[in-house]
Design a protein around this ligand. Structure first.
Ligand SMILES: Nc1ncnc2c1ncn2[C@@H]1O[C@H](COP(=O)(O)OP(=O)(O)OP(=O)(O)O)[C@@H](O)[C@H]1O
Length: 317
């Protein structure tokens, strides 16, 4: 293991009875890095996360957190890790302040309560009971408990689920501050924007394996630029041009057929040349290309492709 690798997972398998939920997951997270694990429902993110957190032994493969086995050396790892589970176990009748104090008693070098509540924007809720908090506020209290012990590594399982956009942004600021202070973070999320905003690197899982991984730029690079427009009503789909041999994909969007060309890979036609060819065609045919748009692939495009979404498979060939 390289010394700056805080989380090192190699060939991880995990199963429930005969069902293999994680099938050979490998990932490395370096010190001070935020790594986002994205994936379809049931992809195995939580199962992988719980194994890396040390809640269960790996069925096969190796997991190291701060150089140790998180299951066998749970105590040593836990002392340096902060965990925010999908369902935090708060005591409903304790106030926010009492909850944080309870956790402060459990860790060796607790952060001051006021500082923690300030950081998760719950300072004005100190006297409120957990059961009276909104879903988003409860998630922020879960985050407070995860950071009370000054963790070197933080595991955040869907940290902003149930939050409104403002609360989500506030949580992103908190997480960025923690990373700036040197924490290493492994996070799962269903919000692609969250990964785009926060992650140094990310992986998209599907059916127990990582399908794509890298920096956002690396993940998008392999998926090409796109050009799209509404198919003019008098043009049959089969007669749409194929700039440099690229066929369009036609899908109905907003009640009208939309043609999308994906100009993928380093050897594909450039977006500029393809645009020129399409505009020349429109000029000759005296067509108006309504909704014409050229853009890079988005994380959503990549995600849908990984998930095998029918809308991205259906080419007009
Ligand atoms: N305790 C369990 N017993 C049996 N099967 C389970 C158990 N927990 C999860 N699974 C199955 O393992 C697979 C992976 O589940 P997991 O919760 O890890 O996925 P996930 O990527 O976190 O999903 P989501 O995005 O929906 O939260 C799913 O098919 C799920 O049904």
């Amino acid at each position: 293991m390289r010394t700056d690798e805080v989380i090192d997972v190699t060939g991880l398998h995990q199963r429930y009875g005969g069902f293999e939920a994680v099938r050979g997951l490998s990932l490395r997270v370096r010190r001070g890095e935020l790594f986002a694990l994205l994936g379809t429902n049931g992809a195995g993110k939580t199962t992988a996360m719980e194994t890396i957190e040390g809640f269960r032994p790996a069925a096969a493969g190796t997991v190291r957190v701060l150089g140790r086995d998180p299951y066998r050396e749970r105590r040593a790892v836990r002392a340096q890790a902060g965990v925010m589970l999908q369902e935090g176990g708060l005591f409903p009748d304790l106030t926010v302040a009492e909850t944080v104090d309870l956790w402060r008693d459990l860790v060796p070098r607790p952060r001051p309560r006021a500082e923690v509540l300030e950081q998760v924007a719950l300072a004005d809720k100190a006297g409120v009971r957990a059961r009276q908090l909104s879903g988003g506020q409860r998630r922020r209290l879960d985050l407070a408990l995860a950071i009370v012990g000054r963790p070197r590594v933080l595991f955040l399982d869907e940290p902003t689920t149930g939050m409104d956009p403002e609360a989500r942004r506030a949580t992103w600021r908190t997480v960025r501050d923690l990373v700036a202070d040197g924490a290493t973070v492994l996070l799962t999320t269903h919000y692609l924007e969250e990964a785009e905003q926060l992650a140094d690197r990310l992986a998209i899982m599907h059916r127990g394996v990582v399908e794509v991984a890298g920096t956002v730029a690396e993940v998008l690079a392999g998926h090409g630029d796109r050009i799209s427009f509404r198919v003019p009503s008098r043009v049959p789909v089969t007669e749409l041009p194929r700039p440099a041999g690229t066929p369009p994909r036609v899908a109905v969007s907003g009640g009208a057929p939309v043609a999308t060309y994906t100009l993928s890979g380093p050897n594909g036609p450039g977006v500029q040349a393809a645009l020129r060819e399409l505009l020349d065609w429109a000029d000759v045919e005296r067509l108006e290309l309504a909704g014409l748009e050229a853009r890079s692939a988005s994380l959503e495009d990549v995600f849908l492709r990984v998930a095998g979404h029918p809308a991205v498979e259906e080419d007009a060939r």
